[in-house]
Structure formats: structure tokens, C-alpha cells
Design a protein around this ligand. Structure first.
Ligand SMILES: NC(=O)C1=CN([C@@H]2O[C@H](COP(=O)(O)OP(=O)(O)OC[C@H]3O[C@@H](n4cnc5c(N)ncnc54)[C@H](OP(=O)(O)O)[C@@H]3O)[C@@H](O)[C@H]2O)C=CC1
Ligand SMILES: N[C@@H](C=O)C(=O)O
Length: 259
């Protein structure tokens, strides 16, 4: 049985992947989707099943808790599927200085590390034994992984982990023919900014792209076995600048970017 697994499937980038994966892998038997909001997952299931005929299996639960992994692992052990694609899209950010955020919500940034880094790593390591030559892992990182971002410090640090983890893993898995792509978008028009807190940044609003465009680029880049997928000229430039610019110039630019 050939399957794809998508986390963060209840909205935004993850949901967009679920709708596009059937055209990417035409011989899938099932897509397994996960997020906390079960009713949202039901809507995604209905839409995708009606459109493609592929069975969508729901795992509703919180990636900060153990139960969801047990449920998925149980199913993996019972069905021994060939996982063609894993998309780790679940994640969130909180805008603000680290000390400020900790002052009104002491757990928020630790939870961010749990979901953005720990859950992504745990899911990847759990599913890897079920992947074969030609399987793909897409980890949704961010342009925020290109350099430190004061005012979004912990979030940017979690995404630096995701990009680094994905690039290292991509090298390790080359011998097995498994392709890993870190997807690094700039601002994307999703519910992300409802969760992250007010997005006053005019630069972000002016450069916002759609989840459709980001996912289309990501799937093409994964097809071409690229280790990093960056949608759009601006973010491609930001990636190069993050490598070449002196730190004081980067921090000046980040200050403007966040305002
Ligand atoms: N939007 C943007 O500007 C950018 C986003 N990204 C990254 O893209 C990814 C997807 O974000 P995006 O689609 O934009 O945002 P959304 O808020 O639309 O989607 C986030 C998804 O993550 C799931 N999720 C969050 N916390 C948990 C949890 N504890 N357990 C299980 N699922 C969880 C949510 O589901 P539910 O609430 O139902 O649990 C939801 O499906 C994230 O990793 C984000 O960091 C990267 C660059 C830019
Ligand atoms: N890239 C976006 C989040 O990851 C942002 O800059 O807000």
C-alpha cells in the first residue's frame, strides 16, 4: 500500500499539500493527515476524496502529546505501508521579543520548540523505516531560517534547526535514494499570522504569497531533488544575503523587515 503522510493538514500550507499530492503521486492508495482540529480534517478528507477517490485517513491529535504518535505507529506496524511522501507542515510562531513573550506566556516558546523541532524530528524518525528509494520528505522550514530574527527570535531559531536537520538528513539518505527538501517560504497568506499575533510588518504584508504558489514550487523542487526550496525572487535573494552580508547589515535589514 502506497501512502503519503501530511502533518498540519487542517489549514494553510499542509492542507494545500493534501489537495496537490494526488496529482504528484498518481498511484497513492491513502493519504494520512494529522492536526488537532478534527472537524477541519473531516472537511479536507471530504474534499480530497470527492475530487480524487483516494482514501484520506484522519489522525486527530496534538503533536505535543505521545498518543498521536502511538496511533500512527500502530497503523504503520499493522499495514507496513510504502510511505512515498512525508510532509511535516505542522508548526507555529509567536511574534515579539523573547523576554516579552515569556512574560505573558511562559510556555509559548517552549511549545514552539516542541512542535516545530521535536515533533517534526519524531515524526520523521518514526516514518523513515517505512520509506524506500524515491520516497520524499518535505520539511516546512521558513525564510526565517536564513538568519537570526530579533523580534521573532525563538521561531527563527526553530526554523534554523529545521533547515539544518533537513540538509544533514538529505545527505545521509542519498545512499538510500530518499529525497529530503527543506521548504523555506517568506510570508504566506494563512492562519499562521492569527496564531503568531499581530502582523504589523508592512514589508511582510507587501510580499505575502499564497500557499498554492509555495506548495507548487515545493513539489517541483522536490521532484528535481533540490535540498532547499525557496519560492520567489525576494526570498531567493534573502537566502543569498543571509550567507554573504555582514551581521550588522543583516540585523538592520531584519529590524526593517519586522516593522
Ligand atoms: N504562513 C507563513 O508565513 C509561513 C509559514 N511557515 C511554516 O509553514 C508551516 C505551516 O504553517 P501555515 O500553514 O502557514 O500556518 P497554519 O496556522 O495555517 O497551519 C499550521 C498547522 O499546524 C498545525 N498544528 C499547530 N500546532 C499543532 C500541534 N500542537 N499539534 C498538531 N498540529 C498542530 C495546525 O493544526 P491544528 O491547529 O488543527 O492543530 C495547522 O494545521 C509551519 O511550520 C510554519 O512555521 C513557514 C514560512 C512562512
Ligand atoms: N517567513 C514567515 C514565517 O515563517 C515570516 O517571515 O513571518
Amino acid at each position: 500500500m502506497r501512502i503519503a503522510v501530511v502533518t498540519g493538514a487542517s489549514s494553510g500550507i499542509g492542507r494545500e499539500f493534501v489537495t496537490r499530492i494526488p496529482a504528484f503521486y498518481r498511484q497513492l492508495d491513502e493519504i494520512w493527515i494529522t492536526a488537532r482540529r478534527a472537524e477541519r480534517l473531516e472537511q479536507v478528507k471530504k474534499t480530497v476524496e470527492e475530487k480524487t477517490g483516494i482514501y484520506v485517513r484522519i489522525f486527530a491529535g496534538d503533536l505535543e502529546k505521545d498518543l498521536i504518535y502511538k496511533q500512527i505507529l500502530n497503523r504503520l506496524e499493522n499495514q507496513n505501508p510504502d510511505v512515498r511522501m512525508l510532509v511535516n507542515a505542522a508548526g507555529f510562531g509567536k511574534i515579539g521579543e523573547a523576554k516579552e513573550i515569556a512574560g505573558h506566556d511562559p510556555q509559548a516558546q517552549l511549545r514552539m520548540i516542541d512542535v516545530n523541532c521535536r515533533a517534526l524530528t519524531k515524526m520523521t524518525l518514526m516514518i523513515l523505516p517505512y520509506m524506500k528509494k524515491g520516497s520524499r520528505i518535505l520539511n516546512i522550514s521558513s525564510g526565517a531560517s536564513f538568519c537570526p530574527q530579533p523580534g521573532f527570535t525563538v521561531y527563527a531559531a526553530t526554523k534554523a534547526y529545521v533547515t539544518s536537520f533537513s540538509r544533514g538528513l538529505a545527505e545521509e539518505l542519498k545512499k538510500d535514494g530518499i529525497i529530503v527538501t527543506a521548504v523555506c517560504p517568506g510570508p504566506v497568506d494563512t492562519e499562521f499570522f492569527e496564531v503568531s499575533g499581530t502582523n504589523n510588518s508592512k514589508a511582510k504584508q507587501a510580499t505575502m504569497v499564497s500557499a498554492q504558489d509555495v506548495v507548487r514550487t515545493a513539489l517541483l523542487d522536490a521532484k528535481m531533488k533540490k535540498p532547499v526550496s525557496v519560492h520567489g525572487t525576494l526570498m531567493k535573494g534573502a537566502r543569498i544575503a543571509g550567507k554573504l552580508m555582514p551581521e550588522n547589515v543583516i540585523f538592520y535589514a531584519m529590524d526593517k523587515w519586522m516593522k
